[in-house]
Design a protein around this ligand. Structure first.
Ligand code: ADP
Length: 372
């Protein structure tokens, strides 16, 4: 039955590759489309197509013969996905869901209209509109579309900062006094069944807004944990989600929860589920979009997931470092095999598990020393 399902993924990066890895277990036929002919997924399926997920024609052509289409990035052509739906292809998450999330401002409006607590923010057309915020600095400025790994985020503290601000449609948010950042991954299927993973703690790098490492479980107050899970479930219902959704939440210094942003696809904060949870987020996505029962989300071991970023220090003696990493028990290396060498970009990750969080932290410290 499953081997006849033709699944397509828009986007061929590391998230796509990890979906493929789990789709193999289910015997699926997988097609992938990415702009970059050398994207990680190009090596893992013979049905790899070079095309732009944001192009109407490319998406339509790619989806024609598929049964189900899903995404590993939000920047996809919504019109083409709607057209494919009309032609009988199942598109999960639904085009409406992707569309509302693609734009950080419409996403915020959607959440507000469903009484979900979010970081307050306003939309502006470009840099010139920022001068009206001079008296309200500092603020956090975010591009409305296509931002990722902090590339579309900047903090404006002084009037001078406005000169170097993004000149694009943006959202201006108040700067939140963040105590902790957590993420909740939630899955929902067509029948409306919801399964949620426990919140994880996300620790961002100091200089850049990119995730450095993630700890599961988050070890926050039980009450906050339940609140976060309930928020994630409410959002999945409000979106009528079919698939998987990451809900990034700020815990403020006053212990308030504010949703920062959503990602309607597997997420960096859920990589640990491969080794640490009963069902990985990738398998859960496949179960959700194929109409299969959702899997158990229990965390079986505490874990830390560390992103590996491209850097000159990593490159010095890379082979020897990889060997040392692989020598650590229960340190699971995921190397993305990306072409090119742009400093700062994610080239892999490591998930380390153990029976106690103390042991996990000790191993993570060893790993950090090897990587630096
Ligand atoms: P991206 O989509 O690039 O991941 P995010 O909107 O998630 O961008 O922002 C990246 C990081 O920037 C957040 O994880 C947080 O550390 C910081 N940040 C974002 N918005 C705010 C805000 N309003 N106040 C303070 N810090 C913020």
């Amino acid at each position: 039955m499953l081997e006849n399902s033709k699944l397509g993924i828009l986007g061929g990066g590391q998230l796509g590759a990890m979906i493929i890895r789990h789709a193999i277990d289910l015997g699926l036929h997988i097609s992938v489309m990415d702009k970059d002919p050398l994207a990680p997924c190009s090596r893992y399926t013979s049905s790899f197509f070079t095309g732009d997920p944001a192009s109407f024609d490319d998406v339509l052509e790619f989806g024609r013969d598929l049964d189900v289409i899903t995404i590993e990035k939000e920047a996809v052509n919504i019109k083409a996905l709607r057209q494919l739906e009309k032609q009988g292809v199942k598109v999960f998450p639904a085009p409406d869901t992707i569309e509302v999330i693609q734009d950080k401002f419409t996403q915020k409006q959607f959440l507000q209209s469903h009484h979900i607590p979010v970081v307050p923010g306003e939309a502006i057309g470009g840099k010139n509109d920022l001068y009206q915020y001079e008296q309200k600095l500092p603020v956090c400025l975010k591009k409305r579309r296509d931002g990722y790994d902090g590339y579309g985020v900047m903090v404006l503290r002084t009037k001078e900062d406005i000169l170097s601000a993004f000149d694009a449609p943006c959202v201006v948010e108040e700067l939140v006094d963040i105590k902790q950042e957590i993420s909740v991954i939630v899955a929902r299927n067509e029948a409306g069944v919801i399964k949620c993973y426990d919140p994880v703690l996300m620790v961002f790098s100091e200089e850049k807004f990119i995730l450095d490492h993630q700890i599961a479980p988050a070890r926050i107050d039980k009450e906050l944990q339940e609140k976060a899970i309930s928020i994630a479930k409410d959002i999945a219902d409000a979106l009528k989600l079919v698939g998987i959704l990451a809900v990034e939440i700020f815990v403020t210094k006053d212990n308030e929860l504010l949703v920062n942003e959503l990602a309607p696809r597997p997420h960096n904060s859920g990589h640990h589920t491969i080794e640490a949870s009963t069902t990985s987020q990738y398998e859960q996505l496949l179960r959700a979009v194929l109409g299969l029962p959702l899997g158990d989300t229990e965390l079986r071991f505490p874990s830390i997931m560390m992103n590996i970023l491209e850097s000159t220090s990593l490159n010095a003696d890379r082979q020897a470092k990889v060997k040392r990493l692989l020598d650590i028990p229960e340190a699971h290396l995921h190397w993305y095999g990306k072409e090119g060498k742009r400093p700062g970009r994610k080239v892999g990750h490591l998930t380390v598990t153990d029976n106690t969080i103390e042991n996990v932290i000790a191993k993570a410290e060893t790993i950090r020393k090897i990587l630096n």
